[in-house]
Design a protein around this ligand. Sequence first.
Ligand code: URA
Length: 243
Amino acid sequence: MKMMRLDKLLATLGEGTRSEVRDLVRAGRVTVDGAVARDAGMQVDAEKSVVALAGRVLSYKAVRHVMLHKPQGVLTAARDKKQKTVMDLLPPLYAAMGCMPAGRLDKDTEGLLIITSDGQLAHRIISPKKDVKKIYYARLDAPLGERDAAAFAAGLHISDADGTFDAKPALLEILSDSGCEVRIHVSEGKYHQVKRMTASRGANVVYLRRERIGALDLDPALAPGQWREMTQEEVALLEKEDE
Ligand code: URA
């Protein structure tokens, strides 16, 4: 049971500011369990009461999970004073419900980003201990080949201007004859991980897109900048242990 004031619920669901939604109630446009609501301050059970606005039933879900096709040019952050963030691509409802990006893609990286109010799920996606695989498609300014794939598989030692780390063994698939189109499977998310891995083998990333997290693929119907709520089946794919 999640009791809250009717006006707070309507505002949280993105139906307007508190004063706008109070006007809607006053105008008799809101029903609760089939009866016209007269008092915007009445307590309703956000999870069980059937609240409708002009006949349209509104749904409150305590937990929200969003699949976003992150476009280039926006920051993966909850907020930023100057730059547009991924949260700015969603209605304010999602931030109000505590949704945050689970992990980070660089400003110039596109692709699959999960935004969720479920901290445990976010932790599962991000934590290197959980070993959730992420698959990236990359275009490079120089070719990589089978020797590079062997080095990826053995575990790269990265030492560059951003620091030093030993990358876990990773799979490098060469997709094109040119050697400049590759797919990289990693299960950790160090700062600029993929870019630093390819750079350590002499190839810079010129385009990067995340295609998959665990067993969940980016929905090909979503263009960059588009998003939708995830289905229960998709959430279950992220919750299950990888084989
Ligand atoms: N690796 C990177 O270098 N950048 C990303 O955005 C994601 C993985």
